[in-house]
Structures are given as structure tokens and as C-alpha cells.
Design a protein around this ligand. Structure first.
Ligand SMILES: [Cu+2]
Length: 256
């Protein structure tokens, strides 16, 4: 039943763990709206008929005497309250407060720029080398301190065509921007986060299905904004991911 409704609503492919709750909320809200729409429409036609001129030659200034409408209003408000407090707030609470441990996650830094995405991996030690934002330039986009030992095994993938992550392992992504405000969005993962210059905002999700998923920029960011949707998130087995990462070169790369 749920899958039938999801397909009727045209929900996009889902490939992340928390995404099911996102879709559930969308489905509940639509069901409620369908009920309200049908109810209002039925009442509209009832009122046209019941209060037609030929049956009511004289206006009744007292109006409704029953309490049915009040009860219905309270019921609708209660359902909305349940959706907000029972589904939406807990989901948001988990998104911002339920981060997995760093050691159990694939960690990446993502920097948007006009008009592509750049990704930095912490390498085998799972720790990013130190950064100093004064060092940002065209050949050192992530402002890496070149002599920090923790950064020696870091990996940068610039002007991204593809970003790879292993399946069934949480991903923590720190989102930022090099120039204007972008928005990092992967519809299949049900994540969206504005990329804001000077801020590093973490998000997390658990990819549950291998495959290739489009990355979008969800913030109109300039002439070639639509180009930023050429990015692809590749979710693959751990072995394939390790193989891919090994083919990428070291901590600092030139942009070209
Ligand atoms: Cu953008």
C-alpha cells in the first residue's frame, strides 16, 4: 500500500536509511490534504444545494447551531500536531543530534564553487590534515597546511565528476563553499544543505543501495548553476571504494 502511494506521488528513487521517514512524512501530509480536499469539496456542494435560494427565500442570521465543524477543526489540528511532533521534529532531531561516531563513518569535506563540487577525503588515518583558511588559493582550494603529517594521506577530488562512498556505512559530509552560496543536494539520499562561504556545516546519511545518484546544486548560484547537477554520487562496495580512492592523487592538487 505504502509503495503504491509512493509511486502514485512520483517520489524519486530512495537509497538512504533516513529517507524512508522523509517519504513517510510526505505521504502522510498528502493523505491528509486529500482528505481535506475531498471534505471541503463535498461540503461546498452540500452548501450549494442545502442553502439554495428556492429553499431559503429569507436569510437566517443565526447560522450554524451544531458543533460538528468545531470538532472537525480540532481533529485536523490534532492530526497536524501529531505529524509535527511525532514525525517531523524527531526526524530533525536525529538529523542534527544523532550523528554517527567519526570512526564509524566515511568523512568527506565538500566545497562548492561556480560551477562544480570538490571533495576531500581524510585518507587511511580518517583524520583531516590541518587547514588554515588564509592559505586558500587556486592550487590549494581546501587551504591545507602542506606540512601537517595527518594531511599526508588526505585525498582531494577537484571539480568533481564523481564522489564515491561505500554502501551501508554512514557518510558525514562537511559542506562549505568557495565563492557564493550553493546548496548540496542528493535527492536519492534525501539530503539538502546550503553551502555557505566561511561556514562548515555537517550533514549525515547512510546510503543503502549501490548505484549512481545525481548531485544537484539547489541554490541558484550563477550562469552555469545547472552544470552543478553533473556531479554523481557513486555508492559502491567497500572494496570498489578502496580501489577508487587509491587511484586518486594526494592531498593538494591544482584546479586544472
Ligand atoms: Cu551552485
Amino acid at each position: 500500500m505504502r509503495d503504491f502511494i509512493a509511486s502514485r506521488l512520483g517520489l524519486p528513487v530512495l537509497a538512504s536509511q533516513h529517507g524512508r521517514t522523509v517519504d513517510d512524512l510526505i505521504i502522510y501530509v498528502h493523505l491528509l490534504m486529500i482528505v481535506l480536499f475531498a471534505g471541503w469539496l463535498a461540503y461546498f456542494f452540500y452548501a450549494l444545494l442545502r442553502f439554495r435560494r428556492s429553499r431559503n427565500p429569507k436569510a437566517d442570521y443565526l447560522g450554524v447551531r451544531g458543533h460538528a465543524s468545531s470538532y472537525i477543526e480540532v481533529a485536523v489540528a490534532a492530526i497536524e500536531g501529531v505529524l509535527l511532533l511525532g514525525v517531523a521534529v524527531p526526524m530533525w532531531g536525529k538529523a542534527v543530534g544523532g550523528f554517527p561516531a567519526d570512526s564509524a563513518a566515511t568523512r568527506v569535506q565538500i566545497v562548492g564553487q561556480q560551477f562544480s563540487w570538490n571533495v576531500r577525503y581524510p585518507g587511511n588515518d580518517n583524520e583531516f590534515g590541518k587547514q588554515d583558511m588564509n592559505l586558500v588559493n587556486t592550487t590549494n582550494l581546501f587551504a591545507v597546511l602542506p606540512d601537517d603529517p595527518k594531511g599526508k594521506d588526505d585525498v582531494q577530488v577537484l571539480s568533481l565528476g564523481e564522489m564515491h562512498v561505500p554502501v551501508d556505512k554512514p557518510v558525514i559530509a562537511y559542506i562549505s563553499s568557495r565563492d557564493v552560496i550553493h546548496s548540496f543536494k542528493i535527492i536519492a539520499m534525501r539530503v539538502t544543505q546550503d553551502a555557505i562561504p566561511g561556514m562548515r556545516i555537517p550533514i549525515w546519511f547512510v546510503p543503502t543501495q549501490t548505484g549512481r545518484y545525481q548531485i544537484n546544486c539547489a541554490q541558484l548560484c550563477g550562469n552555469a548553476h545547472s552544470q552543478m547537477s553533473s556531479g554523481i554520487l557513486v555508492v559502491e562496495s567497500k572494496a570498489d571504494f578502496d580501489k577508487w580512492l587509491a587511484t586518486k592523487s594526494g592531498p593538494v592538487q591544482s584546479l586544472e
